[in-house]
Design a binder for this molecule. Sequence first.
Ligand code: GNR
Ligand code: NI
Length: 176
Amino acid sequence: MALLPIIIAPDARLKVTCAPVENVDADIVRLLDDMLDTMYTAPGLGLAAPQVDVQKRILVADVSRDPDNRDPIFLINPELLEASEDLFKYEEGCLSLPEHYAEVERPAKIKVGYLDRDGKRQELEAEDILATVIQHEMDHLDGVLFVDHISSLKRSLILRKLRKTKKQKAKETAEA
Ligand code: GNR
Ligand code: NI
C-alpha cells in the first residue's frame, strides 16, 4: 500500500506514448495496487500509469462510487476492439487537471482486450460512464488528455489557468 504523487498538467510526462508491459510480474501487481489506493484516496473514477510517472500501458478504474461495494478493474495493455457508432456525452474531469471540467462525447459502448492482474488475456464490454472512463484512461496511455477533445479556445483557457496555479504554488513553496 502506497500513495503515489499525481502529475498535474501542463507537464511533458503527460504527453508521452506509454510502452506495453512485457511481463505481469510482482512489481506490476504492486503498481496496480498502489495506483488503486491512489485513485480511491484522490478520489477518482480511474487512474492511468503515466499520471503517476510510470510510462507503461496500465490503468485502473472503479465507477461504483460506493466505498462499501468496490468493483475495481485492472487493465494492462488495453486495446480497443469495438466502439459503437452511438455516442455518450459526459462532463469529464481529470486528476491531472484539477478543478476543470468539460463535456466530451465518446462512443457509448466499447469492447476492450487486455491482460488482467494475473497476466491472463481478457475481454471486457463497457457502456456509458465506465466506457467513458476507460477511454479517458486509454487516452492517457497515448499522451492524450480530455482537453484534447474540446475546442482549442476552451483548452487554452484551462491550460493557462493550470500554468498560473503551478507558478503560484512554486512561488508559495519558495517563500515558505
Ligand atoms: O476521476 C475522474 N473522473 C472522471 C470523470 C469523467 C470522465 C473521466 C474521469 S477519469 C477521472 C480520473 C482521472 O483523471 N483519470 O485519468
Ligand atoms: Ni485523467
